[in-house]
Write a protein that binds this ligand. Structure first.
Ligand code: COS
Length: 383
């Protein structure tokens, strides 16, 4: 379908797809097998200037919006969702500074993120705080000119690879969510270290680690926004990032459909290519239709956000839940179309199915997305 992209948008798509073809496709199977972070590809993404897409021009970026990011992420995800996730997590990690940070913090971090000189990560999740984002236990106490952070973050994408971390910590534990604040912690800060790298089912070219803060001292001015406004900044950050996760589902499902149709045209059974059988055709037709519907919703959600619409939570959650449930279904069907071959590692669809699963879990499970949509409906129909 034609989405009438501008020349600049077409250039983003072409740049990201060229990078995917030349750098990601040849490397993805080995990175997956070795559970290895795609360091060289992240540097290629920086050289292709994709990190600058979402950073405002005054801070050295291209001043693009959510839609531009969604376009780039979709193309990267056609190659490998692990790589695309590492890229997306840099945006997620720096959005709090863009949303609520002081001019000084923006000047300090944004130009370096734009060039890809530094990578970022978002530190919200803890052992007891996942879907319940307000269950954070990490604390931050002011001691003279420094904040002292104590706590452990879990399953942090880009953990150990990023140099800049936005960390959610309680500055007033008695107030719960309303006592949360966000801090920028940097690699090398005293008292800041990493736990072990996780061994995951999918997105194995991305890094997932614990972040450990033990009397971690950081300068006072690394507080993002006002003290106690951290939870709301987290919610606004997730509103902004969730269509991007939807776009990973779209890119992944596109890749799975491409593999499925190509295979179905070549594979001969009962003296015919299997695409000649209606049973297979109907599966492919459903895959293609669901994919296009998800893409349209993700693009619409991103454009809705870029238009500075007042309410974005519902449409953002809808785009994430619909596109990622679709990706799980389409990648599972791709394995089915390829049959026994689909189950083998010689073909990429088994990796695609493994990678799809995390999309339904991270950045808010799809159950949480439905809660958000339900709560917003409840408010809209309040009368
Ligand atoms: N934008 C701005 N403010 C928001 C908001 C949004 N999208 N969503 C909620 N808020 C505000 C509310 O208005 C409320 O403010 P007041 O305290 O001033 O009234 C406050 O935040 C608390 O909101 P709420 O009561 O709805 O919070 P809950 O604790 O019930 O949690 C959910 C709501 C479940 C939506 C939240 O915990 C969530 O998104 N969880 C998933 C987190 C997640 O994605 N984790 C994955 C790891 S991060 S990669």
């Amino acid at each position: 379908m034609d989405y009438f992209l501008t020349e600049d948008q077409q250039m983003i798509v072409e740049t990201a797809w060229e990078l995917t073809k030349n750098k990601i496709l040849p490397a993805r199977a080995e990175l997956d097998e070795k559970n290895e972070f795609a360091t060289a590809i992240m540097k290629d993404i920086a050289r292709a200037d994709l990190f600058g897409i979402f950073i405002p021009e005054e801070y050295g970026g291209f001043g693009g919006g959510c839609f531009d990011m969604v376009l780039a992420m979709e193309q990267l995800a056609r190659g490998c969702v692990g790589v695309a996730t590492s890229f997306a997590a840099c945006a997620l990690g720096i959005y709090p500074v863009m949303i609520a940070g002081s001019r000084e913090l923006k000047e300090k971090y944004l130009p370096r993120i734009a060039t890809g000189e530094k990578w970022a990560a978002f530190g919200l999740t803890e052992a007891g705080a996942g879907s319940d984002a307000s269950g954070v236990k990490t604390t931050a106490v002011l001691d003279g000119d420094h904040w002292v952070l104590n706590g452990t973050k879990q399953w942090i994408t880009n953990g150990g690879e990023a140099q800049v971390y936005s960390i959610v910590a309680l500055t007033d534990p008695k107030k719960g969510a309303r006592g949360a604040s966000i801090f920028m912690v940097e690699e090398g800060d005293p008292g800041f270290s990493y736990g072990k790298k996780e061994n995951k089912m999918g997105i194995r070219s991305s890094a997932t680690r614990e972040l450990i803060m033990k009397d971690c001292r950081i300068p006072k001015d690394r507080l993002v926004g006002r003290k106690g406004t951290g939870f709301i900044t987290v919610m606004r950050t997730l509103d902004l990032s969730r269509p991007g996760i939807g776009s990973l589902g779209v890119g992944l499902a596109q890749a799975a459909l491409d593999e499925s149709v190509t295979y179905a045209k070549q594979r001969v059974q009962f003296d015919k290519p299997i695409i000649a059988f209606q049973a297979v055709q109907h599966m492919l037709a459903d895959m293609a239709t669901q994919l296009e519907a998800a893409r349209a919703l993700v693009y619409a959600a991103a454009r809705h956000i870029d238009a500075h619409a007042k309410k974005i939570s519902k449409v953002s959650a809808m785009s994430k839940v619909f596109a990622t449930d679709m990706a799980m279904k389409v990648t599972t069907d791709a394995v089915q179309v390829l049959g026994g071959y689909g189950y083998m590692k010689e073909y990429p669809v088994e990796k695609m199915m493994r990678d799809a699963k995390i999309l339904q879990i991270y950045e808010g499970t799809n159950q949480i997305q439905r809660n958000v949509i339900g709560q917003e409906l409840n408010k809209e129909y309040a009368g």
